[in-house]
Design a protein around this ligand. Structure first.
Ligand code: PEP
Ligand code: MG
Length: 570
């Protein structure tokens, strides 16, 4: 059987399916076994909960950090509270099973905490809900897949790849990823590429079509998956896999080279990251800086806003790893497909067009100031940090952020804390509004970075994660290309640097156009750094200019893409 989806992360993965399914925690069929039996069940479940949670905390401490693991140790303390346990026993004394005791007491606490107007208390609500579902899973013998301990050669099959799954993901044991949702620029795809795992997304009903243990070949470059293949297909893909790895190894010669075109003109080649740990990988991969640190990932997989100190440490860590090189840190870009539950953002019918990113941050200055202060302070040491605002549509947003930045500087000054007084402030150009007034915006900010993932989505009016309209989501559309060209021109006229951190920066077919228009900096996933450097090396300015002229004379996306495909073939 051959399944088709969206080619989201290159490479060939061969292994056995491990399906991550949502589990039912319905206990209506459980019969009351009497006071003693139910209390014993409850205590046994608590012991098991504590053992499992301690092991998870250990793993997270080693892989992620002390602070993150404290969330879990805090849960053990909560459940160990004798008062909470006696309340559960009272429910059992009243004739209900252990599951009902856990459910009722945890739900009562969660509601109580959620109703308090205090951030710390609201996080407790999330913790108790988590305790509830994990305790119910233990009592009901519902075993979820533990993605931190997978057998070697697992092909992870899931409805979606959530950031919480990837935090503890046992990367060495994962051969590939298959999901039912997500497009090439969805966050699942970006995560898969950061992990260098082959991935095919938006495979219709893949969870129904596969069962645990099925043999699967995933071709992340073609967007296909072969289920229980015959020997001939297997041999064919083993050879393809070898060829892919051979090509990858060949690129190693570009590791310590400068990023120059065939005539020696220099470009900056940076990397996109989502955590301080990825900064190490970026430096290792030969990146010359960080062009986009997606800080929203620091806010995910936890129960509360990271404190100023936590954020300061994360930003400082990246700044130190990249000492002497630029680090562009984007302020919180929540909303759209990036949910942060504890922020309590309202449900919206059109979240991609809603109260998100810079809009949300400016309306929540207390939260935003924590991040701005952390950035200003982290910038003091190496002075290599630049602040970037997401989803800008107007000058007022830049002015609003700048005003808050000035307030933060005054506060830090008064507190006697060191900070970077002249920290540069730039913007993502990723909305048609920003692209159309790029000349006006360029007067009030220090740099641009073009976010083609969103610029394409908003210019084309196509949800970047919706497989049904995937054919319309294309950066090759003349509207998107003209937009990119005019943004680069506006930056040049204003004399500010312009980069690109959307996925298009790594597309070999677009590289000659971007070079010709004068893009200063390409920021790509770490896994694409060497291939991008190799592509830039290929081109003489005159050749690239000719290709650009021809491409821009065509009037349809498919025409442009087809032409570039053949013109750029290696
Ligand atoms: C973009 O929109 O191009 C971008 C780089 O940001 P994100 O993918 O995080 O939305
Ligand atoms: Mg974006």
């Amino acid at each position: 059987m051959i399944l088709r989806g969206i080619a989201a992360s290159d490479g060939i993965g061969i292994g056995k399916a491990v399906c991550v399914r949502e589990q039912s925690l319905d206990y209506s069929a459980v019969k009351y076994g009497g006071k003693e039996v139910e209390k014993d069940r409850l205590q046994a479940a608590i012991t098991q909960f504590n053992e499992k949670t301690t092991a998870m905390a250990e793993h997270i401490r080693a892989q992620v950090g002390e602070k993150e693991s404290e969330i879990l140790t805090g849960q053990i303390m909560m459940l160990s509270d004798p008062f909470m346990q006696s309340q559960m026993e009272e429910v059992i004394d009243a004739g209900q099973c252990a599951e009902a005791a856990v459910d009722q007491v945890c739900t009562m606490y969660a509601e109580m905490f959620a109703g308090v107007d205090d951030e710390l208390m609201r996080q407790r609500a999330t913790d108790v809900r988590d305790i509830r579902s994990r305790m119910l899973a233990i009592l009901l013998w519902v075993t979820g897949v533990d993605v931190s301990h997978l057998p070697a050669g697992s092909v992870l099959v899931a409805h979606d790849l959530t950031p919480s799954m990837t935090v503890g993901l046992d990367k060495e044991h994962v051969a590939a990823i298959l999901t039912e949702v997500g497009g090439r620029t969805s966050h699942s795809a970006i995560l898969a590429r950061a992990l260098e795992l082959p991935a095919v997304l938006s495979v219709p009903r893949v969870m129904e079509q596969l069962k645990d243990g099925d043999s699967v070949i995933v071709d992340g470059s073609e967007g296909t998956a072969m289920v229980n293949p015959d020997q001939r297909t297997l041999a064919e893909y083993l050879a393809k896999q070898e060829e892919f790895l051979r090509r990858k190894a060949l690129l190693a010669v570009y590791r310590d080279r400068e990023t120059v075109d065939a005539e020696g003109n220099r470009y900056a080649l940076y990397s996109n990251i989502g955590s301080p740990a990825e900064a190490g990988a970026a430096a290792e991969a030969g990146a010359e800086g960080i062009g986009l640190f997606r800080t929203e990932f620091l806010f995910m997989d936890r129960n509360s806003v990271p404190t100023e100190t936590e954020q300061y440490e994360a930003y400082l860590a990246v700044s130190r790893i990249m000492a002497g090189k630029e680090v562009i840190i984007r302020t919180l870009d929540v909303g759209g497909d990036k949910a942060v539950e504890y922020l309590g953002m309202a449900h919206e019918d059109n979240p991609f067009l809603g109260h998100r990113a810079i809009r949300y941050c400016l309306d929540n200055p207390d939260l935003y100031k924590v991040q701005l202060r952390a950035l200003l302070r982290a910038g003091a040491e190496e002075k290599n940090i630049k602040i970037m605002l997401p989803l800008v549509t107007s000058l007022e947003e830049i002015r609003g952020a700048r005003a808050l930045l000035e307030t933060c500087k005054a506060e830090l000054e008064a507190e006697g804390l060191p900070y970077h007084k002249d920290i540069p402030l730039g913007i993502m150009v990723e909305t048609p509004a920003a692209a159309l007034i790029a000349d006006l915006l360029a007067r009030e900010c220090d740099f641009f970075s073009i976010g083609t993932n969103d610029l394409t989505q908003y210019t084309m009016a196509v949800d970047r994660g919706n497989a049904q309209v995937e054919n319309l989501y294309t950066t090759f559309h003349p509207a998107v290309l003209r937009s990119i060209r005019s943004v680069i021109t506006a930056a040049q006229k204003a004399g500010i640097p312009v980069g690109m951190c959307g996925e298009a920066a790594a597309d070999p077919r677009l590289i000659p156009l971007l070079m010709t228009w004068g893009l200063d900096e390409f920021s790509v996933s770490s896994s694409a750094v060497l291939a991008t450097r190799a592509q830039i090396h290929r081109w003489h300015a005159a050749q690239a200019a000719q290709i650009t002229q021809e491409a821009m004379s065509l009037s349809t996306a498919s025409g442009v893409e087809g032409y570039l495909q053949s013109a750029v073939k290696d």
